[in-house]
Ligand binder design. Sequence first.
Ligand SMILES: *Cc1c(COP(=O)(O)O)cnc(C)c1O
Length: 387
Amino acid sequence: MTEAPPPPRARAEIDLGALRANVRALRARVAPHVRVMAVVKADAYGHGALRCARAALEAGADWLGTATPHEALALRAAGITDVPVMCWLWTSGDPWDQGIEAGIDMSVSGMWALEEVVRAAKAVGKTARVQLKADTGLGRNGCRPADWPELVGAALKAEVDGLVKVTGLWSHFACADEPHHPSIAAQLGVFRKMLDHAERAGARPEVRHIANSSATLTLPEAHFDLVRPGIAMYGVSPSPELGTSAELGLRPVMSLKAGVALVKQVPAGHGVSYGHHYVTGEATTLGLVPLGYADGVPRHASGRGPVLVDGRVRTVAGRVAMDQFVVDLGGDAPKPGTEAVLFGPGDGGEPTAEDWAVAADTIAYEIVTRIGARVPRVVVDAAEGHT
Ligand SMILES: *Cc1c(COP(=O)(O)O)cnc(C)c1O
């Protein structure tokens, strides 16, 4: 007799069918001419960059977006050579030459970056694809309006010299997840002015873009030529104010599960986990879940995080430790190995990443993105068409 291999201690299931359905749903929300850039930075928000990039492309995404050059180059090295890839977080000394060779669209926010790109283009002997980033009000990366004419002028001069091609003009919102926030209209106004300036100066970009997931879902006037959804593609709502995943027509891609490692009887008055911040009120049963903050379960959700075990949602009892936490099972005694579901799509009674975000006083982006490397990602491909 052969037995199936034991299930992993804990796993993050990645439902690529859901991801493809989400990409199609996002695509359906934008006009046909608007291109969709699947944002796969930070290992696709913890879901696995390569598999998610491929699934998004299968479902009709046109571009891929990453933060670091390393992330962009890894996509090319894995054989994704026939779609545009953009990368926006460059620091001095980064491998601009490799970016040029790999045909990556490289974001430039200031003169120092343009100078490094131009130097690399001369060294490589090829034209660099450059997208100029405008700071329209986010106050993070990007070129301030006051410095824009100088940057645009220098980039267009380098274009005449054949060293760069300005393929894109772009920006990023500060508060797109807060509908009607006054900064949204203000940023759009500044963006239009900065686009206008660059185009009058002679820029002929392939794409102009500013929309993240929230703006893709709620601001058609911000779609321009391309949208850059990240979190929505993973089926997670960008913010409670915009609605739940289901209300947005999205399906969560990641489910975090573990087998209960131990179930035991304890008397009333028994302290639980470090610091004894939880003490049993009566004789009860405790279940041990083999996931901890090293796996990305936020310690800040100690005493609050919800977990579905044996048909009921329980709460983390006491502190989340590095590798494990405990739930009070209230006298129930499920068999060791019984599945504990920390989060998933939510339609099986399990909590969602949004619920964990509330419990940990953070955003659902952080919950999925920080699931640790020790948790194996197990690809599942549930039938499409739930949503
Ligand atoms: C992360 C990121 C996105 C995607 O944002 P979501 O809110 O996840 O859709 C888009 N653009 C830039 C510049 C980003 O850094």
